[in-house]
Ligand binder design. Structure first.
Ligand SMILES: Cc1cc2nc3c(=O)[nH]c(=O)nc-3n(C[C@H](O)[C@H](O)[C@H](O)COP(=O)(O)OP(=O)(O)OC[C@H]3O[C@@H](n4cnc5c(N)ncnc54)[C@H](O)[C@@H]3O)c2cc1C
Length: 355
């Protein structure tokens, strides 16, 4: 698991035995939307495993359950009287505004906010001063990222001579192709306890069972994996001739290109992006998004899958769900809310620009 970016700094200043990590489980946050239960299980289970891991390594951990995040943190500050608070910049707009504008004031403790390490653009911004009306294409953004981080490069040129090998990726799968088995783990005691608690949360949707279906985005988006870690593993597989260049490049482009580009555009265009509604679409989201009951076959199939598993792949999200919403004139804010509730990997920074 990647290290939290502020731990080393707090430890250097105070010594490990004097560092307390506070983790707040806010009831209001868990009930903010009718979340897919698998998403809540993943979040809470990851937090509690992280708490155990920190304790094993000699940190104090204060895991607080509270009605709201602010109340939980207040409880911590009252009981522990910290000299200062260290945190990582939130990936979403409202969270970061809260950190910057209210955190210190509400708790009367100095706050140090460090850059978000879940995104490479926190460290290297390919367009540090973007012009307001200029279009920034993903392709050029991605090339700058690859060059800067020296990923799949041969000197100043892309490995193999091309930036993109999608022509190869559009060929049909070979007939004898055997997909690798889906990796699954039996839930341990912590996860089983969380599953019981989440089953009791009002309004949440979905059934609680093992997390078979959700793939890398769910883990990347809560910091269990870091982007460069994945990118280097895939690059090494290419260099060791275990993966062809078209596969390695195509995958790396999603992480180093699309994911970073979407995050970068979110911060460039917020808060206006949230309210933008180019076609003035105002219809509410149809009820079948919540129960999967519709005569439209493709939509029924994939919405039932989203309800059951908390996951759809990109083409289902983009070309079926969003295409329907566009044609039906659905209010983008309602679409946004549904995605945030329905998918295990959904967060504000990724949902607003993609929708
Ligand atoms: C309407 C809509 C909603 C989406 N909602 C989300 C979301 O809530 N969370 C989310 O992480 N992605 C979202 N995406 C992007 C993409 O569809 C998912 O990242 C992907 O389907 C997740 O499955 P995977 O991990 O198996 O990804 P793969 O298809 O294996 O891709 C690998 C990784 O590339 C990254 N990636 C690829 N495309 C994008 C993109 N457009 N934006 C951001 N990251 C990208 C993700 O981290 C993903 O895990 C959305 C796309 C659309 C069109």
């Amino acid at each position: 698991m990647p290290e939290h970016p502020v731990l080393a700094e707090a430890e250097a200043g105070y010594g490990r035995e004097n560092v307390t990590v506070v983790l707040v489980e806010s009831q209001r946050r868990l009930e903010k939307r009718p979340y897919q239960r698998k998403k809540l299980v993943l979040l809470l289970s990851a937090m509690r495993h992280y708490a155990d891991d920190l304790r094993r390594r000699g940190y104090q951990v204060d895991r607080v359950k509270a009605a709201t995040f602010t109340q939980g943190l207040r409880q911590h500050v009252t009981n522990h009287r910290p000299d200062q608070l260290f945190t990582m910049a939130a990936s979403d707009y409202d969270g970061r505004r809260y950190q910057q504008e209210s955190l210190q004031r509400s708790h009367g403790v100095p706050v140090t906010i460090r850059p978000n390490t879940q995104f490479l653009t926190s460290e290297f911004d390919p367009y540090p001063v973007p012009e307001p009306d200029k279009r920034y294409l993903m392709e050029y953004f991605y090339r700058k990222m690859r060059t800067h981080y020296d990923v799949l490069m041969a000197g100043d040129d892309p490995a193999g001579g091309q930036w993109n090998y999608d022509k190869e990726n559009r060929k049909p799968l070979p007939k004898d192709n055997q997909p690798p088995p889906v990796i699954a783990f039996e839930p341990d005691d912590i996860t089983q306890q969380v599953m019981q608690e989440v089953a009791a949360i009002r309004h949440a949707t979905g059934v609680v069972e093992h997390l078979y279906h959700s793939k890398l985005a769910a883990y990347l988006n809560i910091g269990l994996l870091e982007p460069m870690e994945l990118i280097r593993v895939v690059e090494e597989a290419y260099l060791a001739r275990e993966a062809p260049i078209n596969s390695a490049e195509g995958f790396i482009r999603q992480i180093l290109g699309w994911r970073e580009y979407i995050y970068w555009q979110y911060w460039r265009l917020m808060p206006g992006l949230y309210e933008s509604n180019y076609w003035a679409a105002q219809r509410p989201l149809p009820q079948f998004f919540w129960d999967g009951q519709t005569d439209m076959n493709c939509l029924r199939y994939i919405i039932q899958r989203a309800i059951h598993s908390g996951y759809n792949h990109h083409i289902e999200r983009l070309m079926i769900i969003c295409n329907f919403c566009l044609l039906a004139g659905t209010d983008p804010l309602a679409v946004n809310e549904w995605f945030l509730s329905a998918y295990v990997d959904a967060y504000d920074w990724v949902m607003v620009p993609n929708v």
